[in-house]
Write a protein that binds this ligand. Structure first.
Ligand code: APR
Length: 233
């Protein structure tokens, strides 16, 4: 790897958690094959049928107890621990596998299953059990706690920090994402605009493969450790 790489941004998607046993969204057995996005991942859906929406995320939250980080999560955590330059893992995933592997410099831009958000006062609290629509916010006392998931049509978290990191990046790596959802799908173009090298690690070509300088096809559990080894050697 060229030694002029100092600052790295890594975007991850559902594909990095697939080998841990968590379903992706698009593709065979994808989550969006079993549910319509409009029914479980929009503010209107929450308003219309809170029981269905809360149950959808309760099921996904409960599944976290049955899965573990895979070598791809572990390799990124090792890179995070060893990398002396700037490094930011931006995950679209709402699972906790990056944290459980030990990653520290991490942003969950689409929220987290193990967090509950008060729709009334905006307070977020760690939440590991089932979250009934009647749950009370300890901050304001109202029954307004909802899954802390960024729904379609809502603003992803910490976009300014992500944009700043992209502007400084010398290397942008995308792992396990279909490039179907913005703003994440546009990050490769932003990184290129600022002169970063761009590498995509994915099982299949994504909607954004065209924008990457290099695309490596295969399972994340093989490709990510290989890239990390190159970066640390
Ligand atoms: N290794 C690497 N890549 C994989 C693997 C694997 N083992 N398995 C699947 N993939 C790839 C698929 O080829 C696909 O391109 O991961 C990608 C998963 O794509 P999606 O299911 O669309 O998931 P993602 O890109 O994370 O979705 C983005 O869409 O629904 C919203 O908010 C949701 O964060 C999600 C966003």
């Amino acid at each position: 790897m060229p030694d002029d790489i100092r600052n790295i941004v890594i975007l991850t998607g559902a594909g990095i958690s697939a080998e841990s046993g968590l379903a992706t969204f698009r593709g065979p057995d994808g989550l969006w094959e079993g549910h319509r996005v409009e029914d479980v991942c929009t503010p209107q859906a929450l308003e219309r049928d809170p029981v269905l929406v809360h149950r959808f995320y309760d099921e996904r939250r409960a599944k976290l107890a049955d899965v573990s980080p895979n070598p791809a999560h572990e390799a990124l955590a090792a890179l995070d621990a060893a990398w002396l330059g700037d490094l930011l893992i931006v995950t679209q995933n709402v699972d906790d596998l990056h944290e459980r592997a030990g990653a520290k410099r991490l942003i969950h831009m689409h929220g987290e299953l193990q967090s509950a958000l008060c729709a009334r006062c905006g307070r977020a609290v760690r939440w590991e059990a089932a979250l009934p629509p009647s749950a009370i916010c300890a901050g304001c006392g109202s029954a307004s706690l909802r899954p802390d998931i960024v729904f379609f049509g809502e603003m992803p978290y910490r976009m300014d920090e992500i944009d700043e990191a992209l502007a400084r990046a010398d290397l942008f790596v995308s792992v396990g994402t279909s490039g179907a959802v913005y703003p994440a799908a546009g990050y490769v173009q932003t990184a290129r605009h600022y002169g970063a090298r761009t590498i995509e690690l994915n099982l299949d070509p994504s909607a954004g493969s065209f924008y990457f300088e290099e695309t490596r096809l295969g399972p994340a559990s093989l490709l990510v450790p290989e890239l990390v080894q190159q970066l640390l050697s």
